[in-house]
Design a protein around this ligand. Structure first.
Ligand code: KG4
Ligand code: ZN
Length: 333
């Protein structure tokens, strides 16, 4: 069984071939960072145009690296949403064309669920129920997965996503785009306890996240201190800001863990590449005596391997094999 996955929900064009054991035969990811960097954030129209330029090359490259002809693919998989609608439609239309021409099934997958499922690629033995913390540029959510494919959102962000907060602070400080990895590198050299950021508190007791307060507090401090790269307090500020974001993420995860008593913990999404978050998450899991799983960094940011992997599970659970050409993309849940 060979599944070819396609992912174009945001600013990475990706195609991957995965087999029935979730072994990766290829995982090609073409980033558009250079296209969007001059604007300090993703420009949706440019993203769709770039996907159109890249998609055929990326799919061909993934087949070539897997040593497969397109006719040898048993099923196709594609991200259906959420994401940028123009970008999603490029991948979905391309995948429909392939499935139609090859007369093979096309399995649509949810982008966020595929992030959660990315952890299975390197760990087939993850046991249910699962509590997953998904942290990306567009989303920050907690999922409970009681059994295969039963994804239930128990918390989400009420405003900015964690990655968005990191990216915006980096943009304001003119550090480059995307800001998350830059902050990750710089924060290691600063004192994370130097500046305090009050953790948001939900008056209704919910597990929801909020990051816009941090962002506003961060921007106020930047202005008040006149922070720039050369300022003596710069690295301490970066380290403190990153630490505040991580503390909030893990605080809510720990509360959820006590409420839901899962058998496994997953950390996933682009921000799960963050070195301190990874370490502190694993620390929390081991303190609580629950196995914790974090995918390799390249499987945390957007990629098509997770799309093909989740499609494999859907097919195994009886997803219809007839091709549905009326499938449409959805920008939001
Ligand atoms: O999952 P992803 O590739 O795309 C979305 O679905 O949003 O996540 C992208 C996000 C960006 O906000 C980026 O800054 C962040 O992941 N990111 C990081 C790191 N690498 C990527 N954030 C913190 N530390 C990193 N090392
Ligand atoms: Zn993503």
């Amino acid at each position: 069984m060979r599944i070819l996955g396609i992912e174009t929900s945001c600013d990475e064009t990706s195609a991957s071939v995965v087999d029935q054991d979730l072994r990766l035969h290829s995982n090609v990811v073409l980033s558009q960072d250079e296209v969007h960097a001059p604007y300090g954030g993703i420009v949706p129209e440019l993203a769709s145009r770039q996907h159109i330029r890249s998609i055929a090359f990326v799919v061909n490259e993934s087949l070539e690296r897997a040593g497969l002809a397109v006719g040898e693919v048993d099923a196709f998989a594609v991200t259906q949403g959420p994401g940028l609608i123009g970008s999603l439609l490029v991948g979905l239309s391309f995948a429909k064309g392939l499935a139609y021409a090859q007369d093979r099934p096309l399995v649509p997958v949810d982008h966020l669920e595929s992030h959660v499922y990315s952890a299975f690629i390197e760990n087939r033995g993850i046991t249910y129920p699962i509590l997953a913390l998904l942290v990306s540029g567009g989303h920050t959510s907690l999922y409970v997965v009681e059994e295969p494919l039963q994804f239930r959102v128990i918390a989400k962000t009420r405003d900015d996503a964690a990655g968005e907060a990191l990216d915006k602070i980096a943009k304001f400080l003119e550090l480059g785009y995307p800001g998350g990895p830059i902050i990750d590198r710089m924060a290691g050299e600063g004192d994370p306890d130097r500046f305090a950021f009050a953790r948001p508190h939900m008056s209704d007791g919910s597990l929801d996240f909020s990051f816009s307060g941090f962002k506003t507090a961060g921007l106020r401090l930047i202005r008040k201190l006149g922070l720039t790269r050369s300022h003596a307090d710069f690295l301490d500020f970066i380290a403190s800001f990153e630490a505040a974001v991580i503390r909030t993420l893990l605080h809510n995860l720990e509360r959820a863990l006590n409420d839901f008593d899962p058998n496994s913990l997953i950390l996933c999404g682009g921000v799960a590449r963050n070195t301190k978050l990874r370490a502190q998450f694993l620390d929390l899991a081991s303190r609580q005596g629950v196995p914790g799983y974090v995918p390799s960094p390249e499987l945390c940011t957007d990629n098509a391997a997770m799309v093909a992997a989740l499609a494999h599970e859907k097919l195994a659970q009886g997803f219809p094999r007839e091709l549905d050409l009326t499938l449409n993309a959805y920008p939001r849940r």
